[in-house]
Design a binder for this molecule. Sequence first.
Ligand code: PA5
Length: 441
Amino acid sequence: MDVDIGNALASVASPGVSRASLERLDERVADAHERIERGMANREHGYEALNLPERTDPDEIRAAVDPVADAEALLTVGIGGSSLGAATIANALEGVEPRSTGSRTESDGTETVFLDNVDPAWVSRKLASLPLEETAINVVSRSGTTAETLANFLVVRDAFESAGVDWTERTIVTTGDSGPLRDLADRHDLPSLKVPDGVPGRFSALSAVGMVAAAVCGHDLEALLEGAAAERESLSGSLFECPAYAYGATTYALDGRGAGTNAVMPYAESLETFAEWFAQLWAESLGKDELGQTPVRALGATDQHSQLQLYRAGPRDKLVTFLTVDDGPDRSIPETDVDDLAYLGDSTLGELLAAEFEATEASLAAAGRPNVRVELEAVDEYELGGLLYGMEAACVLAGELYRVNTFEQPAVEWAKKATRGLLGGGEFEEAEAVAEKTELR
Ligand code: PA5
């Protein structure tokens, strides 16, 4: 990925960051980079995620999914980091042919469905829409204890049984070494993969957690990892030489100058889920000790007709992160005999989208609103691997600069324990705290 921070500099934006401040910050980036490299070399918790391009084994993933490789649909049951990476990859690559010329498989049009929430009507609708006898199940939970995932899996299992379909023939499990989900996989002898040690959920997209769905769809796993590896190679001790660190350091600096909101606006439908993945990565990793930027999801050009008004003329408390794609399929706009519309007939939808982006970027810059452009050459496995890895590295760097514990998520764990406790799934002080509060009402 390429990162252009020109419109985030103080000379064009307010709040903006001066080149001199970034040069001073670069000394801290160099220290942080050393810390990150050390963490990676020692395989420390969290930093280990940045080693995934070398550690993930595509053959192991393909072997595990082999029994369901011909499925027409894949139902992934997981939540948070156990869903969003897989959904980002699958949704971005839907219909994309692999860029490599080698012997790898072709994407095969498998429908991917993600079951994360436990809204009963929504779950029932999703299940009713699937041809169960042609559907494979991909259950993912690092801890193996998350109530939403386990409950949804039990519901899915029951739906398969009611339809007379043997779910044990069609299920792959990805989880840790132990826990209820591991027990269940062992009991039914299900094909299973392990969530790598030291890799928190939201940093696991480039492991089996995020790549099983891609494998079932026939996407090029090697290219995903090669793109990530190229980004890993670009990590260096200076934000001026490393796109990922340029992004992490600039967002950190802007936050300190009042840009507490980061609106992520891809100009590609295929990257809409990426904005969701990014929101989790940024919020859950950096939202600590009363610090952290609030991520907001937007989509170009759609949100030019809603949120853009606020971004250009509302409070000066935002950064807009644009994502653009240089090359992709296009479609010409048919000519018309209406004179006022003749200009459209000379263009394509891709050209229109590019013009929308350029106009929006320029309009924010003209209004002195900071924005950063992240550019991809195309939406394909290689570029996507680089994007996911680059943003993870940016987040790890930002965490070092904020001096927060990027890899823990105590607030998320609090709510998970409270939920289980309230349903009688164990003795948790978090659940008692909720019960006391409810009684006080
Ligand atoms: O990033 C995280 O740690 C969380 O978002 C988890 O991925 C999420 O809570 C799901 O946890 P698990 O994979 O244990 O089911």
